[in-house]
Design a protein around this ligand. Structure first.
Ligand code: PDD
Length: 287
């Protein structure tokens, strides 16, 4: 249960934590966010997440609310105040509040910063990974800068809902050429029929996932063949394995794509191995 939330300099009780009615995050989705896993009381790959947070801010010219060191102090305090051992930290920065106007506010408008932490049942993703999940493909409805982690998530929310109605936990988006970009809230991977691990190269159509980067390190250390390139739906349907990566799920095997089984419909050996090895390569930092 979330008890305390940090909002603009104050630690508030959950029910009372609020932002201004004219916050630009609320009115324009003029905001970015990050999600960091907390495991055994430590942050996973925090440096990379904070660096991406700063990149997102820079791309949108939203001022940084504070230094990384100051932000880490707040994150640590929020984790402690909420007694989180295993779960996530969510942080969001908006361009601040002011009378609604498409024109950007004065440069000295203070950004809004919200930090919250939530305990999740340990082992939940592990249980799901034993079975694997289904995904549904559909055309990517999002904008041309998916490399920025904005809170403009409505297309992903609606797409994931459509997928869920058909029993799929995730959506895989297709670009106009029919290649898979990424998931609604994860990066997409396959192991081809030749045993090559493939994930799309970094470009503006995908988020540069932090988990993706760590999994690339794991794969290289294990001596796997890796290609960063687009792959299309038919290549995915013919693959030996498919899986997704994200901070909340690490490596999650995919066993069904659009109602068609991937290989024998059971989690693949490489996905399982990458999942097992993941935390040996992730960077843990104390809070
Ligand atoms: N989502 N692609 C998208 C569109 C995402 O939203 C995410 C993460 C990822 C994976 O990035 P990372 O490995 O850094 O978590 C890829 C977070 C978890 C979320 O929105 O909850």
């Amino acid at each position: 249960m979330t008890r305390i939330v940090y909002v603009n300099g104050a630690y508030k009780r959950y029910a009372e934590a609020a932002i201004h009615a004219e916050d630009r995050g609320f009115q324009f989705a003029d905001a970015i966010y990050e999600v960091i896993e907390v495991r055994d009381g430590k942050l996973v790959d925090a440096t990379q997440h904070l660096s991406r947070l700063n990149n997102s801010l820079a791309e949108l010219a939203i001022p940084r609310p504070m230094s990384d060191a100051a932000l880490r102090i707040i994150i640590a305090r929020v984790i402690r105040l909420n007694a989180v051992r295993n779960g996530v930290v969510y942080m969001q920065v908006t361009r601040g509040a002011g009378p609604r106007d498409f024109a950007l506010p004065p440069a000295d408008t203070p950004p809004t910063l919200v930090v919250l932490a939530r305990q999740l049942r340990a082992g939940m993703a592990d249980e799901r990974a034993l079975e694997g999940i289904a995904v549904k493909t559909m055309p990517d409805p999002r904008w041309a800068r998916c490399d920025i982690k904005t809170v403009m998530l409505l297309p992903a929310v609606l797409a994931k809902e459509e997928a869920r109605k058909e029993g799929a936990r995730e959506v895989w988006f297709l670009d106009p050429k029919g290649a898979i970009t990424e998931g609604g809230s994860s990066n997409a991977w396959i192991v081809t029929d030749k045993g090559v691990l493939v994930t799309r190269q970094l470009d503006p159509s995908i988020l540069p996932g932090v988990t993706r980067l760590t999994v690339l390190d794991v794969a290289k250390a294990l001596g796997l063949n890796v290609e960063e390139r687009p792959f299309n739906r038919s290549e995915a349907l013919a693959a030996q394995e498919a899986f997704l990566t994200s901070a909340t799920q690490t490596v999650m095997p995919i066993v069904k794509i659009d109602e068609k089984l991937v290989a024998d419909g059971r989690p693949g050996a490489i996905a399982k191995r990458l999942r097992r090895e993941f935390y040996r390569f992730a960077a843990f930092s104390g809070v």
